[in-house]
Design a protein around this ligand. Structure first.
Ligand code: SF4
Length: 401
């Protein structure tokens, strides 16, 4: 670091963050609490009005946790007792959890277990719930989500009846949904329903300060809905592209944490966010996130200002998931928000195969045509001013048709 201007170079970062480097979602920092030595467990918070308390860090199962049983055991040891998966996650996520419970049945009641249904119809949900129970070697799910809704109209009276029956049968304790598109309106509408126990939504330092998101969170809190934040990195770790990024990350490193840890801490500063679901595919990232959860220090006003400034300067790199604005302006049903998310999986998580597989779930005729469509109105209306046409082309070039 240059002591005269407080700026960090790429070399400074590599030195400070170790071999995990800048491309990692999170790098360990030794200056803050070391969970191995501290023998602490991370805090818990109430999950809405359910009566359950959940660890503020949740082990996300989208990527490869299941093959790492030792890491799962260590997560329990550190108090990461809220586990999240879905019937459609690849790489045996649910079966890996089942393997774990087979080996450590005594841990089942310690874990707050979440899985999700990609089906919407009651018959499909019953089939997938039964399969999840069997795969995970358990007879109940703590919180069952309908996976990835776009709008509240994907849930109806039949969903409500199904949830009530599933609760009465003892197969699920609580019910809700996850959403990474049109999150705010989904949350606002859910708060009116009276039968949603929990929501997992995209929520991060970029989105949490908008009026709409604040209103959505307040409405859910008033309705007693438990909230779990996901996609809290807001698009990835520092890429050292801009002066602000370098200054911000340098400032955090001097204070003893990485920019990625700071982004988690920013979300935890909101007391009504019960937990953060984080993809932690290896012990390094798990340890760094646990260290951040154990760190009781709040971000200062100045730290928060740095995050704000960084969000402002890089807003056009981030898709806010407001698909109702852009997707209706395009001739075909191109799932613009989904494509943006697949690009994020590739760019920020390095998950090319997973992202490409997800991209290929888009109907082939759309994949073939999507580069030829006119996105000019969508780009005009996009509040993030994203280069939608260019990004659609990048997705096709990267993932192939
Ligand atoms: S591309 Fe723009 S308008 Fe469309 S979902 Fe993303 S941020 Fe919203």
């Amino acid at each position: 670091m240059n002591p005269n201007d407080g700026k960090w170079s790429r070399r400074d970062f590599l030195k400070a963050t170790g071999t995990a480097g800048l491309g990692a979602v999170m790098a360990p920092v030794s200056q803050i609490a070391n969970p191995t030595e501290a023998q602490k467990t991370i805090p818990v918070r109430p999950f809405g009005k359910t009566g359950a308390k959940v660890s503020i860090l949740s082990l996300g199962g989208m990527f490869d946790i299941a093959s790492n049983q030792i890491m799962m055991k260590q997560a329990v040891g550190w108090g990461v007792t809220y586990w999240d998966t879905a019937d459609c996650y690849q790489r045996g996520s649910e079966t890996g959890i089942g393997k774990y419970f087979n080996k450590y049945p005594e841990d089942r009641n310690t874990i707050f277990l979440v899985t999700k249904s990609c089906a919407r119809d009651p018959e499909g949900m019953t089939r997938l719930l039964d399969r999840s129970l069997e795969r995970m070697n358990t007879d109940y799910i703590d919180l069952y989500f309908v996976h990835g809704i776009y709008g509240i109209d994907e849930l109806d009276e039949r969903t409500k009846t199904w949830a009530e029956k599933a609760k009465a049968s003892g197969k699920i304790r609580f019910f809700g949904f996850s959403t990474h598109r049109n999150m705010e309106t989904c949350m606002l509408e859910a708060a009116k329903l009276g039968w949603i126990d929990g929501i997992m939504m995209t929520y991060n330092f970029r989105l949490m300060h908008t009026d709409l998101m604040k209103r959505a969170v307040d409405a859910c809190v008033k309705a007693g809905i438990g909230l779990t934040a996901m996609k809290t990195q807001g698009g990835g770790s520092v890429k050292t592209n801009t002066d602000t990024e370098l200054k911000m990350a340098g400032r955090f490193l001097q204070k003893g944490f990485t920019d990625a840890q700071a982004k988690l801490m920013a979300v935890w500063q909101h007391p009504d966010i019960a937990s953060i679901c984080s993809q932690m595919p290896n012990m390094t990232i798990l340890k760094a996130n646990v260290a951040a959860a154990l760190n009781r220090a709040d971000l200062s006003v100045r730290d928060t200002e740095f995050l704000h400034r960084y969000a402002r300067e890089t807003y056009s790199d981030y898709c806010a998931g407001c698909t109702k604005i852009c997707e209706s302006t395009v001739e075909m049903d191109v799932p613009i928000g989904d494509v943006m998310r697949y690009l994020m999986y590739y760019r920020s998580y390095g998950e090319l195969d997973y992202a490409a597989a997800q991209f290929k779930t888009i109907p082939e005729n759309i994949r073939r045509q999507m580069v030829n469509l006119d996105y000019s109105l969508a780009e005009q209306r996009c509040p993030q001013k994203m280069a939608i046409a260019t990004l659609m082309k990048e997705a096709v070039d990267t993932f192939h048709i």
